[in-house]
Write a protein that binds this ligand. Structure first.
Ligand code: ADP
Ligand code: AMP
Length: 214
């Protein structure tokens, strides 16, 4: 099963992708997580990506596409995967389709998690990320047991640099200009599924399971 998560930054793509990965036994591939790991490890790719991420801009397609396509070749991807944060532009979607059709495969579902812009700023302002394992929390909607410490690994929680209010505005503009057209792209392909992302995260997941099947 090959699934793409669509939606504005902060809509809950990562939250739902993790739940999908756990239920269906497929890997969760987040390009944002891959870039953040590269930044943390001080790689050349990380340094290049950071220049764009800190401004709320997209990393250029040529730095993203090969990275994801190489990731598909790993043995854990045989049963499929859930892509979170990729594709984010029409050229990325076309590159993905081309790479998949070359091996006789295709995307099965593009799930659009719908959240209006006015809810997004609130969502991202309260998001906290673990510096150790990358787990995501929300101070109000998904708080940790001990304030500021990850429930899973105990490491410190931080506010992502790109979750600062000014950057969030840029990211939303970039989303509307460059990523939202993918909804039409996958509608044309007949694989789009829409879910209301404003409800409780477990209810969002129930709606997704109805689409994907038990
Ligand atoms: P994305 O991957 O789309 O950027 P995340 O999954 O990181 O978004 O979610 C953004 C923030 O909103 C996180 O702090 C997360 O805990 C919180 N969140 C996710 N889904 C919901 C929901 N349905 N209701 C309230 N908060 C949510
Ligand atoms: P995310 O964790 O998905 O919110 O991504 C954080 C940031 O990483 C984005 O704002 C972009 O700067 C960059 N990024 C992640 N995925 C992509 C992608 N597919 N194309 C371009 N930039 C990306």
């Amino acid at each position: 099963m090959k699934i793409i998560m669509l939606g504005a930054p902060g809509a809950g793509k990562g939250t739902q992708a993790k739940m999908i990965a756990a239920k269906y036994g497929i890997p969760h591939i987040s390009t944002g997580d891959i870039f953040r790991a590269n930044i943390k490890n001080g790689t050349e790719l990380g340094a290049k990506a950071k220049e764009y991420m800190d401004k709320g801009l997209l990393v250029p397609d040529e730095l993203v596409v090969d990275l994801v396509i190489d990731r598909f070749k790993e043995p854990d991807c045989q049963k499929g995967y859930v892509l979170d944060g990729f594709p984010r532009t029409i050229p990325q979607a076309e590159a993905l389709d081309k790479a998949l059709s070359a091996i006789g495969e295709k995307v099965d579902y593009a799930i659009n998690v719908e959240v209006p812009d006015e809810n997004i700023v609130n969502r991202m302002g309260g998001r906290r990320a673990c510096v150790g394992c990358g787990a995501t929390y929300h101070i109000k909607y998904s708080p940790t047991k001990v304030e500021g410490k990850c429930d899973t690994c105990g490491a410190d929680l931080i506010i992502r640099d790109d979750d600062k209010p000014e950057t969030v505005k840029n990211r939303l503009n970039v989303y509307h200009e460059q990523t939202q057209p993918l909804i039409e792209y996958y509608t044309q392909k007949g694989i789009i599924a829409e879910v209301d992302g404003t409800v409780d995260m477990n209810d969002v997941f129930d709606a997704i399971v109805k689409i994907l099947g038990e």
